[in-house]
Design a protein around this ligand. Structure first.
Ligand code: CAA
Length: 265
C-alpha cells in the first residue's frame, strides 16, 4: 500500500474530495530532479489507492514564481546518454501515472511552466493558468530535445505547427497566447487561481464520477484510433454506464425535477 512518508520534494493535501499535489522546491523554481520525479510517482500511487476519498487531483508549484521551470539542469549537466534515458523513463512513469489516474486532474499553473513543467501540465486532463504564467519548451536552448513527452503531448494539444514553433524557437509565450493555442482552458488572476480551480473541481464533483472517469478514459484511449473503432469504443463505454446506480439516479432525478445525489456506484 502506498504511503506519504519521506516525501521531501512534494506536498499532498486533501480537502473534501480534492487533493492538491504541490511540487515543492521553490528555491530551484520547482525544477524536477530524479528524487522529485520519484516523489511525484509515490504521491500519485497514494492518490490512485485512495480513489474512494480523492475524486479530483490538482497539480501546482510551490511559491509565487514557478509552476515547474523544467528538469533540473544542475543534475542533467554531467549526465551521459544512459543516465539521461533513465531520467526520461522516470518522468514517463510518473507522467503516465497522472494520465492513467481514474480521477480528473487539473494543473493550476501558477508561474513559469517550462520544459518538464509544461510536459507535466500537459499530462493533466486540463490546465488553468495564472495571467502571469509563462510557457515554453526551451530544451533546444540547452542543446537537447524535450524528453519528458513534450514532442508528443504538446503536439497533441496545439498541433504540429505550433508545437514545432515553440520547440524550435525555445521562446516563452504568455497566458493569453497559451489560452489561444489550446494549452490553457482558463486564465485567472494570480490571487484567484486556486479558487477558480476549486470551482471547476466543485462542478465536476456534483456529477456522476464514474461517468467522468469513463469519459476521460474513452477520450484518452480512443483519441488516436480510426474514427469507426473509436466510436465503437465509445458505444461500449456508454452501454456500461447503464449498469451503474449513478445512471438510474441521474435520470430519475431529472424526471422528478430534483438534483441528483450520485452514489458513485
Ligand atoms: N534547473 C535547475 N535550477 C533551476 C532551473 C532548472 N530548470 N530553473 C531555475 N533554476 C534555479 C536557478 O539556477 C536559480 O538558482 P540559484 O538561485 O541557486 O542561482 C533559481 O532557480 C532561480 O532562478 P533564476 O535566478 O534564473 O530566476 P529568474 O527569475 O531570473 O529566471 C527562469 C527564471 C526564466 C525560469 C530561469 O530560471 C530559467 O530560464 N530556468 C531554466 C528553464 C529551462 O531551461 N527549463 C528547461 C529545462 S530542460 C528540460 O526540462 C528537459 C526536458 O525535456 C524534461
Amino acid at each position: 500500500m502506498s504511503d506519504l512518508t519521506n516525501l521531501d520534494n512534494v506536498l499532498l493535501e486533501e480537502n473534501e474530495s480534492v487533493a492538491v499535489l504541490t511540487i515543492n522546491r521553490p528555491k530551484s523554481m520547482n525544477a524536477l530532479n530524479s528524487a522529485t520525479l520519484i516523489d511525484i510517482g509515490k504521491a500519485l500511487d497514494y492518490v490512485k489507492d485512495h480513489s474512494d476519498s480523492i475524486k479530483v487531483l490538482v497539480v501546482t508549484g510551490a511559491g509565487e514564481k514557478a509552476f515547474v521551470a523544467g528538469a533540473d539542469i544542475s543534475q542533467m549537466h554531467d549526465m551521459n546518454s544512459l543516465e539521461a534515458a533513465e531520467l526520461s523513463k522516470l518522468a514517463h512513469e510518473s507522467y503516465g501515472k497522472i494520465e492513467n489516474l481514474p480521477q480528473f486532474t487539473i494543473a493550476a499553473v501558477n508561474g513559469y511552466c517550462l520544459g518538464g513543467g509544461l510536459e507535466l501540465a500537459s499530462s493533466c486532463d486540463m490546465r488553468v493558468g495564472s495571467s502571469k504564467a509563462k510557457f515554453g519548451q526551451p530544451e533546444v536552448t540547452l542543446g537537447i530535445v524535450p524528453g519528458f513527452g513534450g514532442t508528443q503531448r504538446l503536439t497533441r494539444l496545439v498541433g504540429r505547427g505550433k508545437a514545432k514553433e515553440m520547440i524550435a524557437t525555445g521562446t516563452m509565450i504568455d497566458a493569453t497566447e497559451a489560452f489561444r493555442v489550446g494549452i490553457l482552458e482558463e486564465i485567472a488572476e494570480p490571487e484567484d487561481l486556486m479558487s477558480t480551480v476549486q470551482k471547476i473541481a466543485s462542478t465536476i464533483l456534483k456529477n456522476g464520477l464514474i461517468a467522468v472517469s469513463m469519459a476521460k478514459y474513452v477520450i484518452d484511449r480512443a483519441a488516436d484510433l480510426p474514427l469507426d473503432t473509436a466510436i465503437d469504443f465509445e458505444t461500449q463505454m456508454w452501454a456500461q454506464t447503464f449498469a451503474t446506480e449513478d445512471q438510474k439516479e441521474g435520470m430519475a432525478a431529472f424526471l422528478e425535477k430534483r438534483h441528483a445525489k450520485f452514489p458513485n456506484k
